[in-house]
Design a protein around this ligand. Structure first.
Ligand code: FAD
Length: 387
């Protein structure tokens, strides 16, 4: 197997990169190496699909905005005869709630978001009560509501990227990479578990939470490791107004889903590593009381389903790592470490990597500060406020 461009990992990031490269028409032959066509452990199908512009860093805001526009038109762009794509794009907004004393940071971020054209609203208790009366607000200092934000079905988006990429000539190779052959400071080929060797000119790492393991084959280290997160789907029998995707400083993150709600409370301080075991107590002891505190009508919810998924957590600063590896091997590009933002940032990442590979520079969104130089120099570039 011999390709111009080889992408390692066919989740939403790898598939968006493949799609954007193939769209351009100048990329040559492209292969995506994906070991699990069912995506049984990948982050993408387990994610909540939220897309929000409520960030502090301009790159994250711009990437999310690109994602919003892109996903809004996604069904139309990706559907073809006999392959109807629907990602259930739902524009029902995001609400950030300051309930742990970081209101000054949230307010500052709101002003910066406004300067960047985000149509967010700063809400005091009264405004919050008018818009969302089911939210308990006695301990809320302020909130920021971004009505243009949305959520999607991420697994359908992954399938949309993938089927369109294939239609445009991309090859998906169902293999697992287990080592690399490096000569003269360049990756020459990858060896797969089932035996084949995949040669290429340019290699792009998009292996999600496995990226830290894969980079070892190239003799390099990146600070990306899996962060296990428990999620839930629950029903509520009380009447509640249509809610946006709510995130609080006290780590609640949930949104409406079908006839119920989905979400959880990510714990950023959890030790890195794979953990698929459901906690017998976390929902009842921690998550449910927090939900019932913030939305008193949720006192009587019924838990229907729990599952675990893993963020690719970049321990340096929790932000994505995007760009060419700024040392040897020098024909490697990296797109990983997205934590809880990879679905919303996948379209912009695909575009950015394709601009780099085909033209050597960013044309649309300058992501230089998300590059690998900061990783090598161990200089964090952090979000402030809710991550
Ligand atoms: C509970 C939860 C909620 C989330 N909520 C949101 C949200 O609301 N909004 C948002 O934007 N993001 C969210 N995320 C984050 C988002 O899901 C991820 O950032 C995104 O899916 C990452 O995509 P990926 O393609 O990098 O990784 P993945 O989807 O994990 O894909 C990586 C692929 O690489 C393959 N691979 C790995 N190693 C090898 C190898 N050696 N050989 C071949 N193939 C290999 C794997 O099989 C896998 O399919 C959430 C994540 C979780 C877990």
């Amino acid at each position: 197997m011999n390709y111009d461009i080889v992408i390692i990992g066919g989740g939403i990031i790898g598939s968006s990169i493949a799609y954007h490269l193939a769209c351009d028409g100048r990329a040559g032959t492209i292969a995506v190496i994906e070991r699990d066509i069912t995506y049984s452990k990948a982050a993408t199908p387990r994610g909540s699909g939220g897309i929000r512009q409520l960030f502090s860093l301009p790159e994250n805001i711009e990437m999310a905005r690109y994602g919003l526009d892109f996903y809004k038109k996604f069904d139309q762009t990706m559907s073809s005869k006999g392959d109807q794509i629907s990602i259930s794009f739902r524009r029902q907004g995001y609400l950030f709630v300051s309930d742990a004393g970081n209101d000054k940071v949230m307010e500052q971020n709101f002003h910066n978001q406004q300067k960047m054209g985000v149509k967010a609203q700063l809400l005091d208790k009264t405004n919050l009560e008018q818009l969302f009366p089911s939210i308990y607000n006695n301990d809320v200092k302020l909130a920021v509501y971004s009505p243009d934000d949305a959520w999607i079905d991420a697994y359908s988006a992954l399938n949309g990227f993938k089927s369109k990429a294939r239609e445009l000539g991309v090859t998906y190779v169902s293999e697992e990479i287990k080592s690399a052959n490096i000569q003269n400071k360049k990756i020459k080929s990858l060896t797969c578990i089932e035996g084949p060797t995949v040669k290429g000119d340019v290699f792009i790492l998009a292996a999600g939470a496995w990226s830290g393991e894969v980079t070892k084959y190239f003799g390099i280290n990146i600070p990306v490791e899996p962060m296990s997160r428990e999620s839930y789907f629950f029903l509520c029998d009380k009447e509640i107004e249509p809610l946006p995707f709510i995130k609080t400083e006290t780590d609640l993150a949930f949104r409406p889903e079908g006839n119920g709600f989905t979400g959880g409370m990510p714990n950023w301080s959890v030790k890195g590593g794979w953990n698929w075991e459901l906690s017998p107590t976390r929902f009842e002891d921690t998550v449910w009381p927090s939900l019932a505190h913030r939305i008193p009508a949720m006192e009587t919810i019924k838990l229907e389903r729990s599952w675990r998924g893993h963020y690719a957590r970049n321990n340096l600063d929790y932000n994505a790592i995007i760009g060419p590896w700024a040392a040897d091997p020098h024909n490697l590009l990296i797109a990983t470490g997205f934590s809880g933002h990879g679905i919303m940032h996948a379209p912009a990442t695909g575009l950015a990597i394709s601009e780099l590979v085909l033209g050597g520079r960013y044309n649309t969104i300058d992501l230089t500060r998300f590059g690998t130089e900061r990783i090598i120099a161990a200089k964090p570039y952090r979000e402030s406020g809710i991550v």
